[in-house]
Ligand binder design. Structure first.
Ligand code: GDG
Length: 758
């Protein structure tokens, strides 16, 4: 379900046929999460193993790894001592090989309670005022990640699939990549990724470190489209890297961002309905409460909105006194992170509010709220899920929220109403719930009333649709989808274009050129025929380039086209005397057989709106300037102070993205932001030129993003595509720089001369 998977990698997958099952089984899986899925418990001098059973454990254990010849590995921070591990590790005996990382206590505290849970957790959940940032904590976070990375480096082997989990390990993908450049790395974020406006509150170096950390992965997974878009926008705003359908080009690698809403083990919760223990617990609850039951269960956390939920209940009881003595709210709060101050305070606040509301509404025989601060057994939890009339799940933010899904799955009777916060990831998939804004106590109170009064048939209808959906996309699908997309992303990286144009490929190109009866040469100008310079007008071609192009064009079988983003007048001034054709301004102007034309020049009235925005930036960013071409406007900042230029360019892109209608294309280029009409690009022009006649040899060369439109459009045999310089490309071949381009063209001219003299 990865929303942005780019088409070509998906196609490649079916073509080369590496089904996920076979690859997951051929490759060893290496999971990295903060905690290992077990702990040791010592009671009465006896130590036993306690397995944990969170969503991640279920997900990983449900992957089909049966055919693998090697045990999957799970790496995580130990919450036991090295001594305990050595003594009791034999108790841990399952399908995994576990590798604990022992961090010293002080580092772990600053890493976990400090940066992870007092900076990233509140910020990513939109609680900036709860952020408690300390440089030492950030340092410990980096140190902890480095220590975990050392352990990973000791363990991983070529071919492993590494899957890193959650906000504790945001830097890890890049740290691993530095040690193992060819590793296949996936990362999944279980919490929201916030809008850039939140992320930018972090110190600059810190946020760049985090984003660059993530960009070490081949695949990044988020629960929702919003989170993925927030991440992509942050990368563009903070690092200046653009994406295409969620795919980012990071140096010589591709990073894919995708959407994978985590599911649950549906049958575990559904089938538990008739478990003996669950039935017993449920019957006991039914016997104790004759009133309507509202239920909620959350970890103690300010993100869960327990205080606001209590406010809403109070508002409801005030507004609807007829419901007094007719309902009970079972409020279960699970102890969590209570050593962090904000959490401890929260507990007190909740308890005071419960006491106050109970005091306000209770009678001698009834209290509205039954509060419990403790964990529940699985059977108790399932009994509560399946007995309540309303599950009131109203976090202020939640990456997904599994409780909502588990409640729905547990209702074999298809009764009960889900009252769900619209600020959870789960709300995206559960439109049939009653969705409310958890901050608006009156809206929640109204939702509660509607839930309590909902007719049984309507409850069934809503439940049935939600059940079908979460049964289909369960945790197994989630994990398999992620792995499949990881393999696609890895493949896309393996196939990233551009073998050096030397040896046999070069010989082959020259031979095909020599034997072809008609040839087309599509040559970009800046960065391909002439080096990039500070001012565009300084890139005039030297005499030897003019001579070379002249010689190439003089060969009767050759058609030479300079295909450039430059304005047509400059190209005409510099090269217009040669017998060559031009595609100027990305295709807006064309010169053929000696005359210029504008193929379908679009409406340019938009310039009047965009020009002042760019001019305002020129005023606020010294050294920058606006270049006007017939079909585009470009704001150049290569001569501005670097940081200021970059910051202003982000501002411009942000503004343009909000304002510009989509018939226009915004190009985040190399120290330039350009806006142009979308009906022209080099790819379209190249395709038209190639289609004119059946050329027996086509050579297309270019160096930047806009050339990629052209290079990716030419895939046939005898069509040679060459990327000039570094960076990812769709081209089949690569030349280092302008000098090498000119040398190749000279070789072609010489080849022609040799043929003639034969
Ligand atoms: C992250 C994200 C995202 C809770 N209390 C008891 C108990 N639980 C179980 C529930 C559920 C899980 O814990 C909590 O689910 P959450 O969805 O709240 O997940 P978290 O692990 O807190 O956190 C979250 C999730 O990752 C998955 O990506 O949904 O948004 O914050 O499974 O059943 N289980 C038992 N007794 C309890 O008292 N037995």
């Amino acid at each position: 379900m990865s929303g942005y998977n780019h088409e070509s990698s998906a196609t490649r997958k079916t073509k080369d046929n590496p089904s996920s099952e076979s690859l997951v089984s051929n490759n060893r899986l290496v999971i990295i999460s903060h905690r290992l899925p077990f702990s040791f418990k010592t009671e009465n001098k006896t130590t036993t193993l306690k397995s944990s059973s969170g969503g991640l454990v279920t997900a990983v254990k449900s992957l089909d790894l049966s055919a693998s010849s090697q045990k999957p590995v799970w790496i995580g921070c130990a919450d036991f001592t090295q001594r305990t591990w050595e003594k009791y590790k034999d108790l841990v005996n399952d399908d995994f090989e576990y590798v604990p990382v022992f961090l010293d206590k002080a580092t772990h505290k600053r890493f976990y309670n400090g940066f992870s849970n007092s900076v990233l957790w509140p910020l990513f959940h939109y609680f900036p005022s709860f952020v408690d940032y300390h440089d030492e904590d950030f340092k410990a976070y980096r140190a902890a990640n480095a220590t975990v990375c050392d352990k990973v480096a000791e363990v991983i082997q070529p071919g492993d699939l590494v899957w890193v989990h959650d906000y504790h390990f945001i830097p890890l993908p890049q740290l691993i990549r530095e040690k193992q450049p060819e590793a296949t790395i996936g990362f999944f974020l279980h919490i929201p990724f916030p809008s850039y406006e939140l992320l930018r509150l972090l110190p600059k170096a810190c946020r760049s470190y985090l984003l660059n950390g993530l960009l070490g992965a081949d695949l990044l997974g988020f629960h929702t489209t919003d989170y993925s878009l927030h991440f992509l926008q942050s990368v563009q705003m903070a690092l200046g890297l653009q994406h295409t359908f969620g795919q980012i080009q990071n140096g010589d690698r591709l990073v894919q961002s995708g959407v994978f809403p985590i599911g649950i083990n549906y049958s575990l919760y559904h089938d538990a309905y008739n478990n003996e223990e669950v039935v017993k617990e449920r019957d006991a609850l039914k016997a104790s409460y004759k009133d309507k039951l509202i239920f909620s269960v959350d970890r103690l956390d300010y993100t869960k909105g327990v205080m606001q939920r209590l406010d809403a209940l109070e508002a409801f009881l005030v507004q609807n006194p007829e419901w007094l003595e007719q309902l009970v709210f079972l409020l279960v709060v699970i102890p969590s992170r209570d050593e962090i101050q904000t959490y401890g305070e929260r507990k007190q606040m909740i308890e005071q509010a419960v006491g106050r509301i109970n005091g306000k509404f209770a009678t001698l025989t009834w209290v509205p709220i039954v509060y419990r601060y403790a964990s529940l057994s699985f059977d108790q939890l399932l009994a509560l899920y399946s007995v309540c009339d309303v599950a009131m799940i109203t976090p202020l933010r939640d990456g997904m929220n599994l409780v909502a899904k588990e409640f729905v799955a547990s209702r074999q009777d298809q009764q009960g109403v889900l009252l769900l916060s619209e600020l959870t990831g789960a709300a995206n998939e559960m439109g049939e719930a009653l969705l409310v804004n958890p901050l608006d106590e009156y809206e929640v109170a109204a939702g509660l009333k509607e839930a309590l009064q909902m007719p049984s048939e309507e409850q069934t209808q809503r439940m049935a649709i939600m059940q079908k959906r979460i049964k289909e996309y369960d945790v197994k699908r989630w994990a398999n989808d992620f792995m499949e997309s990881l393999l696609e992303a890895q493949l896309a990286n393996e196939e990233r274009g551009g073998k050096p144009l030397e040896g046999d490929p070069r010989k082959n190109l020259i031979e095909t050129y020599a034997s072809a009866r008609n040839r087309l040469l599509l040559l970009d100008y800046d960065g391909t025929l002439a080096p990039l310079v500070a001012k565009p007008e300084m890139a005039a071609p030297p005499d030897d380039v003019i001579k070379l192009l002249g010689e190439l064009a003089a060969v009767p079988q050759n058609k030479v086209v300079v295909i450039s983003g430059r304005d047509h007048q400059t190209l005409e001034d510099w090269l217009g005397s040669l017998p060559i054709d031009f595609v100027a301004e990305h295709g807006a102007f064309v010169k053929e057989e000696g005359s210029w034309r504008e193929p379908g020049l679009a409406d340019m009235t938009w310039k009047a709106s965009v020009r002042p925005i760019m001019e305002d930036l020129v005023y606020r960013c010294d050294g920058s300037f606006v270049e006007e071409k017939a079909s585009s406007l470009a704001w150049h900042y290569r001569n501005a102070e670097e940081t200021l230029g970059f910051d202003r360019s982000r501002e411009l892109i942000n503004t343009l993205q909000q304002l510009v209608p989509y018939q226009l294309r915004i190009i985040d280029g190399n120290k330039v932001v350009e806006v142009k009409t979308v009906d022209t690009d080099k790819g379209r022009s190249a395709r038209q030129l190639v289609a004119r006649q059946p050329y027996e040899f086509v050579l297309a060369m270019g160096d930047d993003r806009t050339d990629e439109d052209m290079l990716s459009a030419l895939k046939d045999k005898n069509q040679y595509t060459v990327k000039v310089g570094d960076g990812l490309s769709a081209a089949a071949y690569r030349l280092m720089d302008v000098e090498h381009v000119l040398a190749l063209l000279q070789e072609l001219v010489d080849q022609g001369a040799r043929q003639k003299s034969r």
